[in-house]
Design a protein around this ligand. Structure first.
Ligand SMILES: O=C(O)c1cc(C(=O)O)c2c(n1)C(=O)C(=O)c1cc(C(=O)O)[nH]c1-2
Length: 247
């Protein structure tokens, strides 16, 4: 599909079609996770590895801010860092993620240390931070637009986990519930900005490529998890092994 093709549709339609085809809600690991078919250790492996993503998000947003010369844009964007880091007393998304870690029996300090994260997961997450640091702002903003598709996966996850796992309750899943209001606010701004600034066919293509890059960042993390903890179950040297890092 390319922007010169009249059948390609509007940029917003193209972005949404990328999510419909490539977003990680289609990954079989999510199917297992949301339908209660993960073992406790597979859930733990997911919590540990997903930590790498959580920890990197405010760093990539800080990298974004460091390149942004428009005070109005910085004002819009900085709430993303506040959402994850929060204040000293109440904390934010990062602290809520560690509540989930505790609920599944892990030592939150072990999870927060980043030890045990799969090498491929770390490479994917680092690539995202570098992408946002180095690419033109249009691509940097467009790469965040996977969040268009995040609320529905968070809703499904909350519902599926409450139904299938003993550790699931309002507190342990508070991370996802909070994202239901945070993500739409972020993505409303991000989508409007991309639609306004992608004002040539080449820029429209670049925005689509950025979103594809990001869906790959997410997909690669789940493939790594699958290979290590589902099939064939080959855990790379140094990665978390069941029994490690427990509370
Ligand atoms: O659970 C998920 O499937 C999921 C996906 C994504 C995403 O689509 O990148 C994010 C989140 N969660 C999330 O919680 C989050 O804070 C977040 C920030 C960003 C971003 O790119 O700036 N994506 C996501």
């Amino acid at each position: 599909m390319n922007a010169h093709d009249p059948k390609a549709g509007s940029l917003e339609q193209r972005l949404r079609a990328i999510g419909a085809e490539r977003y990680h809600d289609k990954h079989p690991f999510h199917d297992m996770l949301h339908n209660g078919r993960c073992t406790p250790d597979q859930v733990r492996a997911w919590v540990i590895n997903r930590w790498a993503y959580q920890a990197a998000i405010p760093m990539k947003d800080a990298a974004f801010l460091s390149r942004c010369d428009d005070p109005q844009m910085r004002r819009e964007w900085r709430s993303r860092i506040e959402d994850h880091d929060g204040g000293v007393d109440e904390g934010g998304g990062i602290r809520r993620w560690l509540k989930l870690a505790e609920a599944v029996g892990l030592d939150p300090d072990y999870v927060a240390s980043g030890r045990g994260v799969l090498p491929a997961t770390q490479f994917a997450v680092d690539a995202y931070v570098r992408y946002v640091r180095d690419m033109p702002l249009l691509q940097a903003v467009a790469s965040s637009l996977t969040e268009l598709f995040a609320p529905s996966i968070h809703e499904r996850r909350i519902e599926g986990m409450l139904k299938h796992y003993d550790f699931a309750n309002t507190e342990s899943l508070s991370y996802f519930r909070k994202r239901l209001t945070e993500a739409p606010k972020d993505v409303k701004f991000g989508l409007a900005w991309v639609l306004e600034h992608a004002d040539t066919p080449e820029k429209e293509d670049a925005a689509c490529e950025a979103l594809i890059f990001k869906t790959n960042v997410l997909w690669a993390q789940l493939d790594a998890l699958w290979g290590a903890y589902v099939e064939p179950g080959r855990i790379p040297p140094g990665a978390w092994r069941p029994g490690e890092g427990m509370a």
